[in-house]
Design a protein around this ligand. Structure first.
Ligand SMILES: [Zn+2]
Length: 479
């Protein structure tokens, strides 16, 4: 049974066809969201749904826009994990929905499954998205399975693990010297009047359609525990750009529209203390700690929408500090066997605060949505090297990086002096001063060490790799 899907522009009420992919409304030229109108019997779907053999998000295809191709890498149907240790003294029921178990390690696979399928259905061979990591990896993976060429526009502060992941799937990476917002704008411009399918989440409403399937699964997973009364349930969701929160809200609102549920769950949207102003203005402050996803000014159509809808969910915003999140991400790995991206730990760090919130009722099961795996995060390298920010550009553009060549050279020729190094790897390409500058920076990062030796009666500085430098070099070569 096909659902009745009509996309309506919220500004001019233009009825949009599923075949139109431009992010702008064809009539009023505004960037806009579209609301499908659905009429469907969800319970019929439930009767035939098999959690074990489901074809990813397409198990809910009757609740998704009618798209011919159904590409899946097995996304969705992620399990819940009940916490055993971390909050054992609080007497609460806390679960997480493990979106980190999706094919590329994040909830964005749900969005990629539908957008890449859509692109395939329309005959595109090229797809482009702007992202600071998770969506880029998802689009890259799904495009590779679809035989399409993906291009990811990324900001220069992208996390190392995510950069590596995108390039592993064979996507072209276009690095913008700027913020995520600038990458999004760049991606937007490139998609206009070109043969790229636009897959940036902020510019493609289908991303929401894919991600809303989280709610359908949550309903199935929790309905017996809350006896179908969703008011007994609390969902804890990172606010971020609003994309995930808006998607989850949309899923539950659709269930309500279909009379599957009569009540809505509570939603606690969690954000960092420092991004407090963003709540009013949708402007994120940049943050200098690399371990969390940098919060930037992102113009997301979903941000304001999700805040607007929050009262409908008897919901509220909860803020946690940067330090609380970092501590939690370590605690959760050590007490629940869960290695997640630090940014994902935001929902867990919020739990003690939610217990004091007026919307929290005793014995209310809480579910935090974990968005992404720790394996993607630069934090992994941070823990290995116990140092400050590693410059991803340096690490990953290793073939053209002079620093990388210096490390490699010193590995083969320990105890070399600056001139010798320049003569072998820099001469004709860069100045001696530049080599000395690189050596100084490598020394500051404690990847090489300096000692003094005497040659021809003269004291000269010689360099060799530190233990940390050796490990780093090994890691870069393995990437
Ligand atoms: Zn319009």
């Amino acid at each position: 049974m096909m659902s009745d899907f009509i996309f309506v522009c919220e500004y001019c009420h233009y009825l949009r066809s599923i075949h139109e992919v431009s992010p702008l409304c064809p009539r009023c030229r505004k960037m806009t969201l579209y609301y499908p109108k659905i009429s469907f019997d969800f319970r019929t779907l439930l009767d035939s749904l098999s959690w074990e053999t489901a074809n990813g998000i397409w198990a809910f295809s009757s609740l998704l826009p009618p798209i011919k191709e159904h590409l899946s890498l097995g996304e969705g149907f992620t399990p819940l994990q009940k916490f055993r240790q971390l909050f054992s003294d609080l007497d609460i029921l806390f679960y997480i929905k493990k979106e980190n178990l999706n094919p590329t390690g994040s909830f964005r696979d749900r969005a990629a499954a539908i957008m890449v399928s859509h692109a395939l259905s329309l005959g595109y061979s090229k797809i482009l998205c702007a992202s600071d990591g998770n969506l880029g990896a998802s689009i890259a993976a799904y495009a590779s399975a679809a035989g399409m060429q993906a291009t990811c526009v990324v900001p220069s502060n992208i996390l190392l693990g995510k950069y590596a992941q995108i390039s592993a799937y064979g996507a072209k990476i276009s690095e913008i010297k700027g913020t995520l917002q600038q990458a999004i704008q760049d991606g937007f411009q490139r998609c206009l009047n070109s043969d790229y399918y636009p897959a940036t989440a902020e510019h493609n409403f289908l991303s929401i359609e894919g991600q809303k399937t989280i709610s359908f699964e949550l309903y199935i997973q929790m309905k017996s525990l809350v006896q179908d009364d969703l008011r007994k349930l609390g969902l804890v969701i990172p606010l971020g750009s609003g994309s995930l929160m808006f998607s989850v809200m949309k899923g539950f609102l659709e269930l309500k529209e279909m009379n599957v549920i009569n009540t809505l769950p509570h939603i606690f949207g969690v954000h960092l203390t420092k991004s407090h102003e963003s709540v009013q203005t949708a402007i994120f402050e940049p943050h200098d700690n690399f371990a969390l996803m940098p919060l930037e000014k992102i113009q997301s159509p979903y941000f304001e929408q999700s805040l607007k809808q929050l009262p409908q969910f008897s919901g509220t915003l909860v803020e946690v500090s940067h330090d609380e999140v970092l501590k939690t991400s370590k605690d959760v790995a050590r007490s629940e066997g869960l290695f997640i991206e630090p940014a994902s730990a935001i929902v867990i760090a919020a739990i003690p605060k939610i217990l004091n919130n007026k919307y929290y009722k005793e014995n209310m099961p809480l579910i935090g949505i974990i968005t992404s795996s720790g394996l993607k995060s630069q934090n992994l390298t941070e823990q290995t090297f116990n140092q400050g920010k590693i410059d991803a550009t340096f690490l990953l553009k290793r073939h053209s990086s002079i620093k990388f060549k210096i490390l490699e050279f010193l590995d083969d020729h320990p105890g070399s002096h600056g001139y010798f190094i320049w003569k072998h790897i820099g001469k004709g390409k860069i100045t001696r001063q530049a080599v000395y500058q690189h050596l100084k920076e490598l020394e500051e990062k404690k990847w090489i060490s300096r000692s003094t030796t005497t040659a021809n009666g003269r004291k000269i500085a010689v360099f060799r790799l530190t233990k940390k430098g050796h490990t780093l070099l090994k890691l870069i070569k393995e990437l």
